[in-house]
Design a protein around this ligand. Structure first.
Ligand SMILES: [Zn+2]
Length: 134
């Protein structure tokens, strides 16, 4: 829609089409509506591109911003939370075998890393084997 058409639309929604300030108020309201529609349009187009397999890098390039910025701008809060949970789980995993923590996984935490019970046992066997050879 061209600006003169938009002004005509604002005038038609104005409480007093003869009063330019009333038309301005209607134009402001219409502009908010249009920008919400524009945001929804972009969100749908981004979702379609993602569904079609487009990467965040490719999507970000179209906007002129980074992959991280594109993902942050268009990732719904729920998906963002899932991503954060996955990252938190990965960061809590065993530093040696990447086994995630769990009810049956005993983890020893150290500075800058952690080791699970299986890796401790394996390390124990290795050290015991080395000790026998001496
Ligand atoms: Zn481990």
């Amino acid at each position: 829609m061209e600006p003169p058409d938009l002004l005509a639309k604002a005038r038609s929604k104005s409480s007093d089409p003869e009063d330019p300030l009333e038309t301005l108020s209607a134009a402001i309201a219409l502009s908010t509506e249009l920008s919400e529609d524009a945001d929804a349009l972009i969100d749908i187009a981004v979702r379609d591109a993602r569904d079609a397999g487009a990467s965040w890098t490719a999507i970000g390039e179209r906007f002129g911003f980074s992959k991280q910025a594109a993902r942050k701008r268009f990732t719904p809060p729920f998906a963002e939370r899932q991503l954060a949970n996955r990252r938190r789980k990965r960061d809590a995993a065993c530093s040696f075998c990447r086994r995630p923590p769990g009810p049956r996984v005993h983890m020893v935490h150290g500075e800058g890393g952690r080791i699970c019970d299986k890796c401790v046992a394996l390390a124990g066997d290795i050290v015991a084997g080395l000790a026998k050879r001496r």
